[in-house]
Design a protein around this ligand. Sequence first.
Ligand SMILES: [Zn+2]
Length: 104
Amino acid sequence: MKERPRHPFIPPPRQDTVRRELTVLLREENLTVRELSGLVGIPEKEVLEHLEHLRTALHGRLDMTPPRCLECGFSFQKRERLKKPGRCPVCHSGRIIDPSFTIG
Ligand SMILES: [Zn+2]
């Protein structure tokens, strides 16, 4: 038996289905983009795009626990962007704890 099963073609989930899934997860827990990416099965970049959309659609009910520097404890309180920052502005460390999200 040399025949191998072919990978079935899985159509990409429709945008609103993914968004609903993310909403359900975020109502239950506080999750990072990486965790959401793993749970829903889409790239982190797409999770961010959906979160941007949800933030607008939910009129501010999307709560972000700001990213925090692991070295000096600096918290990115005023950050508007959802993406994790590359470096700490205080100590320039790259060890940043991911922001996490929930729906209040
Ligand atoms: Zn720092």
